[in-house]
Design a protein around this ligand. Structure first.
Ligand SMILES: *Cc1c(COP(=O)(O)O)cnc(C)c1O
Length: 496
């Protein structure tokens, strides 16, 4: 199976090369030149298997240049019970007769990024061995909060790699900041920037696109790569949990094999929902893909009108991991639905110069057929957290709440009766201030310290706080550096 650049079909790589490189030299993203299929009988067989076994099968279809043993080693190390606190790895909770939450936050950093970032370092090191790459792999990450910590945890002390994280200084929750700035490991570095996530992401992309920088690094025996969801190695592990969730629903009798379900995904960079799209294209019986946004609703507008316009107010919301106006992975969808690299290149050039592009005709028709969308502001997310907790004692985080509300709105608007799988992307304890504010506003107003808030929430709800978050309380802060958004490259050079 080969991969090509979304901006130039003639650039062809195998998966090891695509994963090592992260992004194509032309600025495009790597996409599979064809999407492998999963048959109903294969799906049926996976129903009786563990998450690790399901991952082996699904990854094997995409990473055809890896041996089955290589995949097995990577997957077994990534999804072990030393790292995940639930034997199902990605368990499902039912919150109403027809809606289910797929909990993707049982890994070491308590957000869904672990699902991919526990695996990516292993895929990268295996790829380096396969391609004979001897240089140290320097991974640059821009984070809206969760990716940074998950990448630090995934790459911490992995030989042959170095991990450098940029986060918007004012754009992450106190718990997220604490998680990153207390990170252990000799090969990690963390820096705040004066700017928002889009600034951090653009800064990292600019460093990647600069040939002189690449040459300078190479001369020093280093190569740059990415652990953001622009890397194919981040996306492919995410396809697995949609297939796994479907198998779990069949195995528990909630649906019958072949029955279509809908999926709602709280979306920022469009990586998670794109993985659901790939699962659907493989043959998983998914009906609609529903894209849920917060007040930064650039995707709601795009999926509704065909106009992508990032020229708008940026809001810092209570779901910070979705505070994004440039959703990088949309580029992959545009390629998948058009197979037209010249078009994708033109649209991305427009996005970069005017901050705006428009799709119409057949391409937009295809998008509308596959996707629905909606958004939810902070007040409404807060009301949803409170209502879901009252109704079924389920404590949802702010991102998950956005998705629950958008899913409910979708059902009310369309009358679509298919069962709904709603993706739950973070532990409520990563956003204790907002979540406690939703269920016990008086308590939240009186308690200022984040750990005291979390403890109060634990007492109030009897939902246990995950141990990796509990353990942060006693940890020393190691990283305090902050730089201007146009000084990221020199910060990297200095740190190295
Ligand atoms: C990253 C993240 C998202 C957004 O996912 P994308 O793949 O960027 O669309 C949603 N919720 C949480 C908690 C996240 O960490």
């Amino acid at each position: 199976m080969n991969y090509c650049s979304t901006r130039d079909k003639a650039v062809i790589k195998d998966s090891a090369q695509a994963i090592l490189q992260g992004i194509s030299a032309d600025g495009g993203l790597f996409v599979p030149t064809e999407i492998p299929k999963i048959s109903p009988s294969e799906l049926q067989e996976l129903c009786g298997k563990s998450y690790v076994e399901r991952a082996r099968v699904v990854l094997g279809k995409f990473l055809t240049d890896f041996t089955p043993d290589e995949i097995k080693d990577c997957v077994e190390q990534a999804y072990s019970l030393e790292r995940f606190d639930d034997a199902a790895i990605a368990p499902i909770a039912r919150i109403s007769p027809d809606s289910y939450l797929l909990e993707l936050w049982h890994g070491p950093t308590c957000a869904f990024k672990d699902m991919a970032l526990q695996l990516l370092p292993r895929l990268m090191v295996t790829s380096a061995n396969k391609t004979g790459e001897k240089r140290e792999i320097v991974i640059l990450v821009a984070t809206s909060g969760d990716t940074g910590k998950a990448a630090l945890e995934g790459f911490c002390d992995v030989p042959g790699t170095r991990m450098m994280v940029f986060y918007p200084e004012e754009g992450v929750s106190p718990m997220q900041k604490r998680q990153m700035c207390t990170q252990d490991g000799d090969n990690v570095w963390v820096c705040g920037i004066r700017g928002n996530f889009d600034d951090a992401q653009s800064g990292v992309k600019t460093i990647f696109a600069d040939k002189a920088t690449a040459d300078e690094f190479s001369a020093k025996g280093k190569m740059l790569s990415s652990a953001n969801s622009i890397n194919w190695g981040r996306l492919v592990p995410q396809v697995v949990y949609y297939i796994s969730a479907y198998c779990d629903m069949v195995a528990s009798g909630e649906i019958t094999m072949g029955q279509e379900i809908n999926v709602t995904v709280p979306t920022g960079n469009f990586g998670n929902i794109l993985a659901a799209y790939y699962a659907r294209e493989m043959g998983l019986p998914i009906g609609k893909l529903i894209c849920a946004s917060n007040r930064n609703n650039v995707l709601t507008d795009f999926l509704g009108t065909g106009v992508y316009d990032r020229n708008r107010q940026f809001y810092a919301t209570s779901s910070p991991s979705m505070d994004i106006l440039i959703s990088s992975n949309l580029e992959r969808l545009l390629w998948q639905l058009s197979k037209d690299d010249a078009l994708v290149k033109e649209l991305m050039a427009k996005l970069s110069t005017n901050g705006r592009y428009e799709v119409s005709g057949e391409l937009f028709d295809k998008i509308k057929e596959l996707f629905d969308s909606g958004y939810c502001d902070d007040d409404s997310a807060s009301a949803t957290i409170s209502r879901v907790f009252d109704d079924c004692s389920y404590l949802a985080d702010t991102h998950t709440a956005v998705a629950i509300k958008v899913a409910e709105d979708y059902v009310a608007r369309t009358g679509d009766k298919r069962k709904m799988l709603i993706v739950s992307t973070a532990s409520p304890y990563k956003f204790s201030h907002s979540v406690l504010g939703a269920i016990a506003p008086k308590m939240a107003a009186e308690i200022l310290d984040e750990f005291e808030q979390a403890k109060a929430m634990e007492g109030h709800t009897s939902v246990a706080m995950p141990s990796p978050l509990k353990e942060l309380e006693g940890k020393a802060v190691r990283f305090t550096q902050v730089c201007d958004k146009d000084k990221m490259l020199s910060a990297v050079q200095q740190a190295l």
